[in-house]
Design a protein. Structure first.
Ligand code: DX5
Ligand code: ZN
Length: 218
Protein backbone atom coordinates (compact mmCIF):
# COMPACT_ATOMS: atom_id res chain seq x y z
CA UNK A 1 0.00 0.00 0.00
CA UNK A 2 1.44 3.43 -0.90
CA UNK A 3 2.48 5.50 2.09
CA UNK A 4 2.09 8.98 0.75
CA UNK A 5 -1.37 9.17 -0.81
CA UNK A 6 -2.38 12.30 -2.68
CA UNK A 7 -5.87 13.36 -3.74
CA UNK A 8 -6.05 15.59 -6.81
CA UNK A 9 -9.57 16.94 -7.48
CA UNK A 10 -10.17 17.54 -11.18
CA UNK A 11 -11.82 20.92 -11.71
CA UNK A 12 -13.31 19.60 -14.96
CA UNK A 13 -16.40 18.77 -12.89
CA UNK A 14 -16.40 22.05 -10.92
CA UNK A 15 -18.83 24.92 -11.46
CA UNK A 16 -16.97 26.93 -14.13
CA UNK A 17 -18.93 30.08 -13.29
CA UNK A 18 -17.35 29.99 -9.82
CA UNK A 19 -14.03 28.38 -10.67
CA UNK A 20 -11.83 30.38 -8.30
CA UNK A 21 -14.12 29.67 -5.36
CA UNK A 22 -14.29 25.99 -6.31
CA UNK A 23 -10.48 25.79 -6.28
CA UNK A 24 -10.41 27.44 -2.86
CA UNK A 25 -13.12 25.09 -1.62
CA UNK A 26 -11.28 21.88 -2.59
CA UNK A 27 -8.04 23.32 -1.19
CA UNK A 28 -9.77 23.90 2.16
CA UNK A 29 -11.42 20.49 1.92
CA UNK A 30 -8.02 18.81 1.92
CA UNK A 31 -6.92 18.47 -1.71
CA UNK A 32 -3.21 17.81 -2.20
CA UNK A 33 -3.02 18.94 -5.82
CA UNK A 34 -5.44 20.75 -8.12
CA UNK A 35 -5.82 18.66 -11.30
CA UNK A 36 -6.42 20.81 -14.37
CA UNK A 37 -7.63 19.15 -17.58
CA UNK A 38 -6.67 21.05 -20.72
CA UNK A 39 -8.42 19.75 -23.87
CA UNK A 40 -8.07 20.93 -27.45
CA UNK A 41 -10.96 19.32 -29.34
CA UNK A 42 -8.36 17.52 -31.49
CA UNK A 43 -6.39 15.11 -29.29
CA UNK A 44 -9.62 14.51 -27.38
CA UNK A 45 -13.21 15.17 -28.50
CA UNK A 46 -13.82 18.00 -26.04
CA UNK A 47 -12.65 21.56 -25.39
CA UNK A 48 -11.98 23.07 -21.99
CA UNK A 49 -9.67 25.98 -21.24
CA UNK A 50 -6.11 27.19 -21.58
CA UNK A 51 -3.54 29.38 -19.91
CA UNK A 52 -5.69 32.51 -19.28
CA UNK A 53 -8.03 30.46 -17.05
CA UNK A 54 -5.11 28.82 -15.23
CA UNK A 55 -3.61 32.25 -14.56
CA UNK A 56 -6.96 33.53 -13.32
CA UNK A 57 -7.33 30.78 -10.69
CA UNK A 58 -3.67 30.65 -9.62
CA UNK A 59 -4.15 33.08 -6.73
CA UNK A 60 -6.96 31.01 -5.17
CA UNK A 61 -4.64 28.35 -3.72
CA UNK A 62 -1.02 27.60 -2.89
CA UNK A 63 -1.50 23.91 -3.68
CA UNK A 64 0.41 22.54 -6.68
CA UNK A 65 -1.31 22.84 -10.05
CA UNK A 66 -1.23 19.42 -11.75
CA UNK A 67 -1.81 20.33 -15.39
CA UNK A 68 -2.89 17.45 -17.62
CA UNK A 69 -2.42 18.44 -21.25
CA UNK A 70 -4.73 16.59 -23.62
CA UNK A 71 -3.52 18.60 -26.57
CA UNK A 72 -1.57 17.74 -29.69
CA UNK A 73 0.96 19.04 -30.26
CA UNK A 74 1.87 20.05 -26.71
CA UNK A 75 5.42 21.16 -27.47
CA UNK A 76 4.63 24.73 -28.65
CA UNK A 77 2.72 25.53 -25.44
CA UNK A 78 4.87 24.13 -22.62
CA UNK A 79 6.52 27.44 -21.68
CA UNK A 80 3.12 29.17 -21.69
CA UNK A 81 1.71 26.64 -19.20
CA UNK A 82 4.78 26.97 -16.98
CA UNK A 83 4.33 30.72 -17.03
CA UNK A 84 0.61 30.43 -16.22
CA UNK A 85 1.37 28.74 -12.90
CA UNK A 86 1.60 24.99 -13.56
CA UNK A 87 3.71 23.00 -11.10
CA UNK A 88 3.33 19.67 -12.84
CA UNK A 89 3.00 19.56 -16.61
CA UNK A 90 1.88 16.19 -17.96
CA UNK A 91 1.97 15.46 -21.67
CA UNK A 92 0.51 12.43 -23.41
CA UNK A 93 2.95 9.91 -24.88
CA UNK A 94 0.60 9.69 -27.88
CA UNK A 95 0.40 13.43 -28.52
CA UNK A 96 3.85 14.37 -29.78
CA UNK A 97 6.54 12.38 -31.60
CA UNK A 98 9.30 13.70 -29.33
CA UNK A 99 8.21 12.73 -25.81
CA UNK A 100 11.72 12.74 -24.41
CA UNK A 101 12.34 16.25 -25.68
CA UNK A 102 9.05 17.48 -24.18
CA UNK A 103 10.02 16.08 -20.78
CA UNK A 104 13.40 17.76 -20.97
CA UNK A 105 11.79 21.07 -21.89
CA UNK A 106 9.37 20.84 -18.93
CA UNK A 107 12.25 20.13 -16.53
CA UNK A 108 14.23 22.94 -18.11
CA UNK A 109 11.34 25.27 -17.26
CA UNK A 110 11.77 24.22 -13.61
CA UNK A 111 8.52 22.19 -13.49
CA UNK A 112 7.72 18.59 -12.61
CA UNK A 113 7.48 16.52 -15.79
CA UNK A 114 4.70 14.00 -16.27
CA UNK A 115 3.79 11.53 -19.00
CA UNK A 116 0.29 10.15 -19.49
CA UNK A 117 -0.88 7.01 -21.27
CA UNK A 118 -4.28 6.41 -22.86
CA UNK A 119 -5.99 3.14 -21.87
CA UNK A 120 -4.89 1.42 -25.10
CA UNK A 121 -1.23 2.45 -24.79
CA UNK A 122 0.97 -0.23 -23.19
CA UNK A 123 3.12 0.29 -20.10
CA UNK A 124 6.21 -0.18 -22.25
CA UNK A 125 5.64 3.30 -23.75
CA UNK A 126 7.23 4.84 -20.62
CA UNK A 127 10.09 2.37 -20.24
CA UNK A 128 12.66 4.54 -22.01
CA UNK A 129 11.81 7.73 -20.12
CA UNK A 130 11.74 6.40 -16.56
CA UNK A 131 14.80 8.44 -15.65
CA UNK A 132 13.28 11.58 -17.16
CA UNK A 133 9.89 11.81 -15.45
CA UNK A 134 8.58 12.93 -12.06
CA UNK A 135 5.07 11.55 -12.62
CA UNK A 136 3.37 8.85 -14.69
CA UNK A 137 -0.37 9.27 -15.23
CA UNK A 138 -2.36 6.19 -16.17
CA UNK A 139 -5.68 7.10 -17.78
CA UNK A 140 -8.36 4.74 -16.49
CA UNK A 141 -10.96 6.19 -18.88
CA UNK A 142 -10.59 7.43 -22.43
CA UNK A 143 -9.63 11.08 -21.93
CA UNK A 144 -12.10 13.77 -22.83
CA UNK A 145 -14.90 13.70 -20.28
CA UNK A 146 -15.57 13.43 -16.57
CA UNK A 147 -18.03 10.96 -15.11
CA UNK A 148 -16.99 7.85 -17.07
CA UNK A 149 -16.53 4.35 -15.63
CA UNK A 150 -13.15 3.04 -14.54
CA UNK A 151 -11.61 0.63 -17.10
CA UNK A 152 -10.56 -2.42 -15.07
CA UNK A 153 -7.77 -3.48 -17.42
CA UNK A 154 -5.78 -0.44 -16.30
CA UNK A 155 -5.13 -2.03 -12.89
CA UNK A 156 -2.64 -4.50 -14.37
CA UNK A 157 -0.96 -1.64 -16.26
CA UNK A 158 -0.59 0.30 -13.01
CA UNK A 159 0.98 -2.80 -11.41
CA UNK A 160 3.42 -3.18 -14.29
CA UNK A 161 4.44 0.46 -14.19
CA UNK A 162 4.85 0.35 -10.41
CA UNK A 163 7.32 -2.49 -10.87
CA UNK A 164 9.12 -0.63 -13.65
CA UNK A 165 9.46 2.44 -11.40
CA UNK A 166 11.30 0.38 -8.76
CA UNK A 167 13.00 2.68 -6.28
CA UNK A 168 12.89 5.74 -8.51
CA UNK A 169 11.14 8.77 -7.08
CA UNK A 170 8.23 8.88 -9.55
CA UNK A 171 4.62 9.57 -8.59
CA UNK A 172 2.10 7.15 -10.12
CA UNK A 173 -1.19 8.88 -10.79
CA UNK A 174 -4.47 7.33 -11.88
CA UNK A 175 -7.14 9.42 -13.59
CA UNK A 176 -10.70 8.53 -14.50
CA UNK A 177 -13.65 6.94 -12.74
CA UNK A 178 -12.04 6.96 -9.28
CA UNK A 179 -14.59 6.74 -6.45
CA UNK A 180 -14.70 5.69 -2.81
CA UNK A 181 -15.71 2.19 -3.97
CA UNK A 182 -12.69 1.55 -6.22
CA UNK A 183 -9.85 3.76 -4.95
CA UNK A 184 -8.46 0.95 -2.77
CA UNK A 185 -8.02 -1.34 -5.80
CA UNK A 186 -6.06 1.37 -7.62
CA UNK A 187 -3.95 1.97 -4.52
CA UNK A 188 -3.30 -1.74 -4.14
CA UNK A 189 -2.11 -1.86 -7.75
CA UNK A 190 0.45 0.83 -6.93
CA UNK A 191 -1.08 4.24 -7.64
CA UNK A 192 -0.29 6.99 -5.12
CA UNK A 193 -1.94 10.08 -6.68
CA UNK A 194 -5.69 9.86 -7.31
CA UNK A 195 -7.52 12.23 -9.64
CA UNK A 196 -11.20 12.53 -8.77
CA UNK A 197 -13.56 14.83 -10.60
CA UNK A 198 -17.22 13.89 -10.52
CA UNK A 199 -16.89 11.91 -7.26
CA UNK A 200 -15.95 15.11 -5.42
CA UNK A 201 -17.82 17.86 -7.27
CA UNK A 202 -21.13 16.01 -7.61
CA UNK A 203 -21.61 16.16 -3.84
CA UNK A 204 -22.06 19.12 -1.51
CA UNK A 205 -19.47 18.18 1.10
CA UNK A 206 -16.05 18.13 -0.59
CA UNK A 207 -14.26 17.61 2.72
CA UNK A 208 -16.32 14.52 3.57
CA UNK A 209 -15.70 12.99 0.13
CA UNK A 210 -11.95 13.62 0.25
CA UNK A 211 -11.83 12.14 3.77
CA UNK A 212 -13.84 9.10 2.60
CA UNK A 213 -11.45 8.59 -0.34
CA UNK A 214 -8.46 8.68 2.03
CA UNK A 215 -10.20 6.39 4.53
CA UNK A 216 -11.00 3.84 1.83
CA UNK A 217 -7.26 3.31 1.27
CA UNK A 218 -6.27 2.97 4.93
C1 DX5 B 1 -10.70 12.98 -18.31
C2 DX5 B 1 -9.89 13.79 -17.34
C3 DX5 B 1 -10.12 13.47 -15.92
C4 DX5 B 1 -11.55 13.63 -15.47
C5 DX5 B 1 -11.79 12.72 -14.32
O1 DX5 B 1 -10.23 13.21 -19.59
O2 DX5 B 1 -8.50 13.63 -17.59
O3 DX5 B 1 -9.24 14.20 -15.09
O4 DX5 B 1 -11.87 14.93 -15.11
O5 DX5 B 1 -13.12 12.82 -13.97
P1 DX5 B 1 -13.87 11.67 -13.19
O6 DX5 B 1 -13.22 11.54 -11.85
O7 DX5 B 1 -15.26 12.15 -13.14
O8 DX5 B 1 -13.68 10.41 -14.02
ZN1 ZN C 1 -7.02 14.52 -16.11
Amino acid sequence: MPQDVKIAPSILSADFARLGEEVRAVDQAGADYIHIDVMDGHFVPNLTFGTPVIKAIRSYTDKPFDVHLMIAPAAPYLAEFADAGADYITVHAEADVHLHRNLQVIKGLGKRAGVSLNPSTPASAVESVLDDVDMILVMSVNPGFGGQSFIQSQLSKIKKIKQMIGDRSIELEVDGGIKVANIAAAAKAGADVFVTGSAIFSGDDYQATIAALRNAIK
